[in-house]
Design a binder for this molecule. Structure first.
Ligand SMILES: [Mg+2]
Length: 323
């Protein structure tokens, strides 16, 4: 049961010895990697994340970056990754892409969010409706096909009113994601989920969520990875159980939970580990930890030996989808 005990760097063996011990090379050919809280915080690399990603690629892994951060486009995320030395051209999927995939050409869409969403929506051939147009008290915004809500840094009463009016007039309600908070170097900031909750409250409507771990982004991931994608040889790496962990469960991949700084392990009963505590503190009720006993040595070796320098420890396990 040693592998359930806390782990520190002293337990980590050099990559070569792990390879020799397992008698083979990497058991993964695909790594689906979160961005915020894993690779960077507001564009600043966390630890040696750049080297860890290079390490996965050296071992022959395709690395796909999948983020719920909708504030900039996937191309802009890729450009920012290039700035820190990670070539990710064509290898970024954001919740904006997933939301846009739910929009048809020619539709009329009201967006509460940043350029990441509006660029993805207009690229679909849809028309944008100005949320700053005065909806007035009790006004209706008829003819709007969909309201797409993400992290809207210009959010105010006017924009809330417009979105609510369009939804009350029958528009579809699409949320990029429901992450309540966005990790930053100075602590958590309100995330898209906070804005979505306000719009849901004002309109009396519940959104269809496009981003992790929901169906729309799962479809975009499958489309991007193509028929070669083998979940048994793929690993999702993330810092949030309810999004990244649940995505892994839906994709039927293994999951590695990044724990920044603290040295901890998830315990087999799943209710005492620090990772689970952290999840519940943030209102993050992700999928149930399942099968932690079945963590394979080579899974842990692959994750820790290539990425241990990113964060102090990661745990790899299978998760049980809650829906
Ligand atoms: Mg994250």
């Amino acid at each position: 049961m040693d592998h359930h005990n806390n782990v520190n760097r002293d337990n980590l063996e050099p990559r070569d010895s792990a390879r020799q011990r397992s008698g083979r090379t990497m058991m993964f050919d695909t790594v689906i990697c979160d961005l915020d809280g894993v690779v960077w915080l507001e564009g600043e690399p966390i630890g040696d994340s750049v080297a860890a990603i290079a390490g996965w690629r050296e071992m022959g892994c395709r690395v796909l970056f999948v983020t719920n951060n909708s504030t900039v486009s996937s191309a802009a995320h890729a450009a920012r990754l290039a700035d820190i030395g990670i070539d990710a051209d064509g290898d970024v999927i954001s919740s904006s892409d997933a939301a846009a995939a739910m929009i048809a050409a020619g539709e009329s869409v009201l967006v509460l969010g940043g350029a990441g969403i509006t660029e993805a929506i207009t690229a679909r051939g849809a028309q944008l409706v100005d949320p700053n147009a005065d909806a007035g008290v009790g006004a209706s915004l008829e003819g709007v096909d969909a309201v797409v809500v993400g992290l809207d840094r210009r959010f105010d009463y006017q924009r809330l009113s417009a979105a609510s009016a369009a939804l009350r007039s029958g528009a579809r309600f699409i949320a990029t994601n429901e992450d309540p908070a966005l990790p930053t170097p100075t602590g958590p900031m309100p995330g898209a989920g906070s804005i979505v909750a306000a719009v849901a409250s004002a309109s009396g409507r519940a959104p269809v969520v496009a981003g992790k771990p929901h169906r729309a982004i799962v479809a975009v991931i499958h489309e991007r990875l193509g028929s070669e994608f083998d979940p048994a040889r793929a690993l999702v790496v993330g810092d949030r159980l309810s999004t990244d962990g649940a995505l892994a469960a839906h994709l039927r991949c293994r999951f590695a939970l990044v724990r920044d700084g603290a040295v901890t392990a998830v315990r087999p009963d799943g209710d005492e580990g620090d990772a689970v505590e952290t999840a519940s503190e943030s209102g993050d009720d992700g999928p149930a930890m399942d099968d932690v006993d079945a963590i394979a040595d080579d899974v842990r070796a692959a994750v820790w030996l290539t990425a241990s320098s990113v964060h102090e420890v990661m745990v790899a396990c299978r998760l049980r989808a809650s829906d």
